[in-house]
Design a protein around this ligand. Structure first.
Ligand code: NAD
Length: 255
């Protein structure tokens, strides 16, 4: 087990990629703080799976878009599990809209969760590490869309592009403190965020034809990388983005 004795906080871990990451980190020995907008049945399922693995778990509701909540999530997590070593900034949202129709409310919704919330909860985590004189790991769930265009999702691309540069910048600024920062860039993963796509067989076929490995990814395809980046094996890796996309970003066809 690579993460025995560590405590991880995974935002948005009630479902999808965050749920798989939280459980995978527990399989590697970490105690886990499960955080999501609301704590319901699905968050409970994450927590039950972690408990079954013999690890400690603490569930907390917090809206990432609210900086007071971010501070509370970190403080409460530390109070309950003693410390936090690993922060996985996983919670994220998207809104489809033609660029010329994007409203301020849509822009704010996406940016406040994907970029602003991630920024300030990371700041709270870093202050916790500084106060306790410890090193730590930050893993951001970015996207292939920190690099690759996604027409009609300009707010999402702007937020993930921001995460790309935040990762690079914090790697340099936090490196001297022994804190590593890396991004995971999933391609198309079968989770509730892609409900419309998963229910559209024609669109699915088209997308699968663009993925060299010929299928969508699963949350577990992503979780293994998060566990690796949180482990000692990744001690000398910082400021980088790692793609888990079945080759999507490299694809090019003449026809
Ligand atoms: P999902 O919608 O299945 O899960 C996201 C989780 O985040 C949900 O549990 C949701 O309640 C939570 N969340 C949303 N807003 C929140 C807030 N304000 N505060 C706290 N929690 C909040 O999505 P997913 O596919 O599992 O995506 C997870 C991350 O991976 C996101 O950052 C997403 O952008 C990224 N990603 C997903 C894909 C994909 O194809 N699924 C691809 C690339 C990147």
């Amino acid at each position: 087990m690579k993460l025995l004795g560590k405590v991880a906080l995974v935002t948005g871990s009630a479902q999808g990629i965050g749920q798989a990451v939280a459980i995978r980190l527990a399989q590697e020995g970490a105690d886990v703080i499960v955080d999501d907008r609301a704590i319901g049945e699905s968050a409970q399922q994450t927590a039950d799976a972690i408990t079954k693995l013999g690890r400690k778990v603490h569930m907390i509701a917090g809206d990432l878009a609210n900086t007071a909540d971010d501070r509370r999530v970190i403080a409460d997590g530390v109070a309950k599990l003693g410390k936090i070593d690993i922060l996985v900034n996983n919670a994220g949202v998207e809104k489809r809209a033609d660029f010329w129709n994007v409203t301020e409310a849509e822009y704010d919704f996406v940016m406040q969760i994907n970029l602003r919330g991630t920024f300030f909860i990371t700041q709270d985590f870093v202050n916790h590490l500084i106060a306790t004189k410890r090193t730590g790991r930050i893993i951001n769930m970015s996207s292939v869309h920190e690099e690759m265009a996604f027409p009609h999702f300009s707010t999402y691309c702007a937020s993930k592009g921001g995460l790309k540069m935040l990762c690079r910048n914090l790697a340099v600024e936090l490196g001297p403190l022994g804190i590593t920062v890396n991004n995971i860039a999933p391609g198309a993963i079968a989770t509730p965020i892609n409900k419309a796509l998963l229910n559209n067989p024609e669109l699915m076929k088209l997308l699968e034809s663009k993925i060299p490995l010929g299928r969508l990814g699963t949350p577990n395809d992503v979780a293994g990388l998060a566990a690796f980046l949180a482990s000692d094996d990744a001690a000398y890796m910082t400021g980088a983005t790692f793609f888990v996309d079945g080759g999507l970003i490299c694809n090019y066809h003449e026809q």
